[in-house]
Design a protein around this ligand. Structure first.
Ligand code: SF4
Length: 97
């Protein structure tokens, strides 16, 4: 038997996404986020979907979401205006083998 070690990025690259372009399953309130000094979402999202743009404003794209719910739990300022699982047939299909 041949067992090889696979890195987290390699495993994540196996996943398949069917992005719902019509209905975001996560919406952030950027007015609230602008006032948040800690921005835990920048550090806790395992997919790295929360970023700061050139002007230090929060940017977020739900495409690539792993549906873990961490951002929803960690945001203490109610900056996550909407969080729910994607509609049927949309979202991530995990394919770790
Ligand atoms: Fe990132 Fe998880 Fe939030 Fe999706 S649910 S945006 S993967 S922290």
């Amino acid at each position: 038997m041949n067992i090889s070690r696979v890195s987290a990025p390699e495993l994540l690259s196996l996943n398949k996404f069917n992005v719902d372009e019509e209905e975001a399953h996560i919406i952030v309130d950027k007015q609230i986020c602008a006032k948040c000094s800690e921005k835990p979402c920048l550090y806790v999202c395992p997919a790295g979907l929360y970023k700061l743009d050139n002007t230090k404003k929060l940017s977020f794209d739900y495409a690539g979401c792993l549906e873990c719910g961490t951002c929803r739990v960690m945001c203490k300022n109610k900056g996550i205006a909407k969080w729910r699982y994607p509609r049927g047939t949309f979202g991530i299909s995990f394919r770790q083998g």
